[in-house]
Design a binder for this molecule. Sequence first.
Ligand SMILES: [Zn+2]
Length: 52
Amino acid sequence: MDEIFKILACPVCKGNLEYNLEKKEILCMNCKRIYPIENGIPIMLEDKAKIK
Ligand SMILES: [Zn+2]
C-alpha cells in the first residue's frame, strides 16, 4: 500500500480511512464517507465525498 494512504485521515471526522483498490476510492470507516481518487490522487474534500 502506498504510504500516502497511511497518513491520511478523514477531513470531516479525522477517522481512519480504508483504501479500496478495486473501486479506486477511499472509505472513511467512521462516518462512511467515500472519497474519489482521480488520476491517482485522493480527493479529500468534503463536498466531493459521497455518503454510503
Ligand atoms: Zn469520516
